[in-house]
Each structure stands twice: as C-alpha cells, then as structure tokens.
Design a protein around this ligand. Structure first.
Ligand SMILES: [Zn+2]
Length: 388
C-alpha cells in the first residue's frame, strides 16, 4: 500500500509539473510506473496503451495496476481549454480499480479500431478522449457496456454519454432539457466539447442519482426500451433521483404516445445520418458545360439539403445531414439538383430503404443516379434506430 501511495504521490508531482505544449499530449506524463513503455510521440496515433505487466509482476517494484498512458494526438490542439479537463481525467484514472482501468483501455482500443466510423480524424480524437472521462465508458443511464456513442447535453452545463436506446429517451425530453449529439457523426462546437470534457457520467450521476432510490429504479442494459425512457424522464425531467427528489419513477406511458404540456410530442423511430461525400460524371445543366449541384435528402417527412458547389460536374460536399425518421419503413431519397436563380433542375436521384442498412454502422455507398444520362453519388449512410 505504501508503495502505491508513493507512486500516486509521484504521479501528482508529475501532473503538477506537466506543461502541455502545442502538439504534445497533455497526458505526456505516463502513469506512475518505472516501466514506462513508450516515449511521448512514439505512437502518434495509437492513443492509449494498456499493459497488465504491473498486475502480473508482484515481485517487482512495479505498481499493482496496469500501465495506462495516453500518447495520442489530442484535442488540446483543437480546444485550448481541453488540456486542464483532460489532465483531470487522467488524474481520475489514478483512483480506478484494475478492472475499471482494463475496461477503459479495451474500450479506447476498440474505439481506435473503429476509426473509420468517425466523421473525421478530429472527431475520432475527440471521441476517444471523451471515453477517458470517468464513467463515460458505459451508458450513464442504463450502464450498458457497449461504448456509448451519443452525448446528451443536460442541465445548464453538463453532458453525459448514453447508449442508443437511452438516447431515444433523451430526444423525447426536448432540446430544452437534453440535446443528443453523435460522438461519431456530428460536428461539435468548442463550447460543447468543453462541456463534455468538463463533466462526464460519473460526475453528473453523483448529482442526478444521489437519491438512494436511484439504484433500485435504474434499468439494466437488458431492460425494456420503454423502461429506460421512463427512467431518463424521471431522472432528467423531474430530477427524481437528485438528493432533493422524491425518488419516484414517473408512470409509464405507452411507447410512441407522449404529451408535453398538452401538445403531442413527435416520436422518432431513429436518426439517419447521411454524409454526402461527392458525386461524379454529373450532367451539365448550364450552357457553360457545368452545373451547380447540391443534394436534397428526404426520408418520410424529414428533409435536408447540402450546400451548393458552383460550376462543377464532380462536386465534393463532404457534408453531414441528419434526418429524424418517424417510420422504419420510410425510404431515403437522395436527389441531386442544379441550383439556379429561377429554381432547380434535376441531375438524377437514387433511393434506398432503411431495411437494407445495418443499424449503427456507417455504410459507404456509390449509387448510380437514376432518371439521368450519367452520374454517381458517393455517400455514407448510418441508420441509428432509437430502440435497438
Ligand atoms: Zn443506456
């Protein structure tokens, strides 16, 4: 025990001395261990590394915890204020148990393998960093150990990571109470990033699940989706499990029917995230031999469109559209159009049904445009059903 305390003391000193520089990881001081495994920068894109060495070498002077250190490129370069929060996150790992550390390391390793499913390298860096915040490795509401990919902005300045199913409950609360953003596919403002890095599941739950009843009412990851949604509403809307709350779950409401202030609340089957990457071989709509293309995406009543790229037959939008889907039987229609001062003219269209898509996985598609002589559209489509 004395050795561990000494190690923790050394870590504290290292962290105090830590002076993050642009381009350096704010976790440049590795976990206190005489067997520091990598020099800073030696794994520029590997992020965390974990080792059980410490655990398996009781005879040596190594600490009894696995070595965990962060060396990857970090959002500090993107977000000036992140380094302090990240350092706090690192510090918090010092009090984690072996199992928690291992779980964290495995989670981050999995997220790294999953890099291609992030919107950009920047999103991936931020996403993997977010998992280092205490408690963020599991869903804040049901504890599901699937890496939570949705962040719900709750209260005045907090943010939690939640699973897909609980995210449905957050969306139903309305944006004034909770506004979910995808860690993988959404663009984040610096303010929201800072918000996530400076709160985290464990800290928020310490407040919103302070009531003793929270433990009994909290659904498991296996619980019915409607039970998760009832818990989310009770926890965030009524603050039933905060210290001053009454500890009571709201009565259950039939799925898909909920009223807020007497007005019917729109219910969603899920979110369709469409990244319009590029198109090529489009037909020319202008007499100059070019077009001013944009894409209009429609799914049921939901619609959205990209910006216009001027004077090209091979536009690159690389733009993400989000569509709130009300019915899983809806079909995604993508129409490429030419923008003109007097309206728009068609450059071809294509469609696909949600049933063709593997849920929660980005699928890159090269789609042949219909009703037109030539043209292909390249898009990545991710279907996120809110109930599974
Ligand atoms: Zn959950």
């Amino acid at each position: 025990m004395r050795r561990i305390n000494e190690a923790a003391g050394r870590a504290g000193a290292a962290i105090r001395d830590l002076q993050p520089r642009r381009g350096d990881s704010p976790f440049a001081a590795s976990r206190p261990s005489p067997t520091r495994r990598h020099s800073v920068g030696s794994q520029r894109h590997s992020g965390y590394s974990a080792s059980k060495e410490g655990k398996e070498s009781p005879a040596s002077s190594r600490p009894s915890k696995p070595t965990l250190s962060y060396h990857g490129p970090f959002a500090a370069e993107l977000l000036p204020a992140a380094s302090a929060a990240a350092r706090a996150a690192y510090e918090a790992t010092l009090s984690m148990t072996n199992d928690e550390l291992q779980q964290l390391a495995e989670l981050v390793a999995a997220a790294h393998c999953d890099r291609s499913t992030y919107l950009s390298t920047e999103a991936w860096q931020f996403g993997t960093t977010a998992y280092a915040i205490p408690g963020n490795e599991v869903c804040a509401d049901c504890g599901s150990s699937e890496p939570p990919t949705w962040a719900a902005m709750v209260g005045e300045a907090d943010a939690v990571l939640v699973c897909n199913e609980c995210c449905g409950g957050h969306r139903a609360l309305g944006v004034h109470l909770s506004a979910p953003l995808s860690l993988k596919m959404d663009r984040w403002s610096d303010e929201k990033r800072q918000r996530l890095l400076s709160s985290g599941n464990r800290a928020v739950n310490a407040t919103l699940e302070a009531h003793a009843a929270a433990a009994q009412c909290k659904p498991s990851s296996e619980a019915d989706v409607s039970a998760k949604h009832v818990f989310v509403r009770s926890k965030y809307e009524r603050r039933a499990f905060a210290a001053e709350g009454d500890g009571e779950l709201l009565p259950s409401t039939p799925p898909g029917r909920r009223c807020a202030g007497g007005a019917p609340q729109q219910v969603h089957a899920g979110i369709l995230i469409v990244r319009l990457i590029r198109a090529h071989d489009l037909i020319a709509a202008d007499f100059t031999g070019k077009s001013d293309p944009y894409v209009k995406a429609t799914c049921g009543k939901a619609k959205s469109k990209t910006r216009v790229i001027r004077r090209t037959l091979s536009p690159e939008w690389n733009e993400v559209l989000r569509l709130n889907v009300e019915d899983v039987r809806d079909v995604l229609m993508l129409q490429v159009k030419d923008s003109d001062t007097i309206g728009s003219s068609p450059l071809g269209d294509c469609s696909l049904s949600l049933a063709e898509l593997r849920p929660n996985h980005g699928t890159e598609l090269s789609l042949e445009l219909q009703n037109v002589r030539s043209g292909r559209l390249v898009a990545e489509v991710t279907w996120c059903p809110l109930d599974g």
